[in-house]
Design a protein around this ligand. Structure first.
Ligand code: NAI
Length: 250
């Protein structure tokens, strides 16, 4: 599905990002796997995946919130690649805290990581995509950006901004052949919510028709679809991957 395509994926060392690296490599993509911190374990994992699927995966290290690091990384990737076909803006942090207990600084930091960093990277990478008049950008949002829950002032607002900005980018970049979509996972079994209160987990599960958490692979499959030419007439959409939770009503 992705033979001959080059992809940039952030937050590639675990969870949904790692599953996306694997899914893309399996489909023949060349992957620039972006993480914040260098580690032997990560580099070894990337070598294993690239040799299993006979493709090239190159680790890249930068903090998505640091403008100069992000610019440098994209410049480096652009210098080595004929073009970038896919950007998966996946890196993110979770915050679950009541509105009255959440500092403005925490909200600002969450917006910086989850929203502004995605916009910055999309700006930098879309400039490379424009040259070839083709590209697919997938921004990872969340069901928390659609329906409000207790404690979602910081996280939910940042993800709502992701969903909205995705539509704006799609409107403006369509004429260059660049598609921009978002994916909104529900409760997915990754490190992100491993310390979540059991009460909250149970409440979400009772409102999830499929009755279980999703896996990172199940989200990666949807990202793969949007990245591929199978979704060639889709842009400005937000695909919900939540086991039916949104349809249940909050
Ligand atoms: P995770 O916590 O396993 O992975 C998050 C990744 O983002 C990690 O690789 C982390 O190092 C990276 N990251 C965080 N801040 C960074 C920074 N400043 N610079 C560079 N990298 C940074 O979580 P998961 O579940 O894989 O999350 C991936 C995306 O999916 C996130 O955007 C998250 O908000 C979203 N999501 C996850 C859900 C879930 O239930 N797990 C539900 C809805 C959305």
């Amino acid at each position: 599905m992705l033979t001959g395509k080059t992809a940039i994926i952030t937050g590639a060392n675990r969870g949904i990002g790692l599953a996306t690296v694997e899914a893309f490599a399996k489909q023949g993509a060349v992957v620039w796997a972006c993480v914040r911190t260098q580690s032997e374990e990560f580099e070894q994992k990337m070598k294993e995946i690239s040799s299993e699927y006979a493709t090239t995966i190159t680790p890249v290290y930068f903090d998505v919130t640091k403008e100069s690091e992000a610019k440098e990384a994209v410049k480096m990737i652009g210098g080595y690649s004929k073009g970038i076909d896919i950007l998966v803006n996946n890196a993110g942090i979770s915050v679950e805290r009541l509105f009255s207990m959440t500092s403005i600084e925490t909200i600002g930091n969450t917006m910086e990581v989850n929203f502004l960093s995605q916009v910055r990277l999309a700006q930098l990478v879309s400039r490379l995509m424009v040259r070839n008049r083709t590209g697919s950008i997938i921004n990872i949002a969340s069901v928390s950006g659609i329906e409000s829950e207790q404690g979602s002032i910081a996280y939910g607002s940042s993800k709502a901004a992701v969903i909205f900005s995705t539509k704006t980018m799609a409107v403006e970049l369509g004429k260059y052949g660049i598609r921009v979509n978002s994916v909104s996972p529900g409760f997915i079994d990754t490190d992100m919510w491993k310390n979540r209160d059991n009460d909250v987990s149970d409440r979400i599960m009772t409102r999830t028709p499929l009755g279980r958490k999703g896996t990172a692979q199940e989200v990666a499959n949807v990202i793969l679809f949007l990245a591929s030419d199978m979704a060639s007439y889709m842009t400005g959409q937000n695909l919900v991957v939540d086991g039916g939770r949104l349809g249940w009503g909050y």
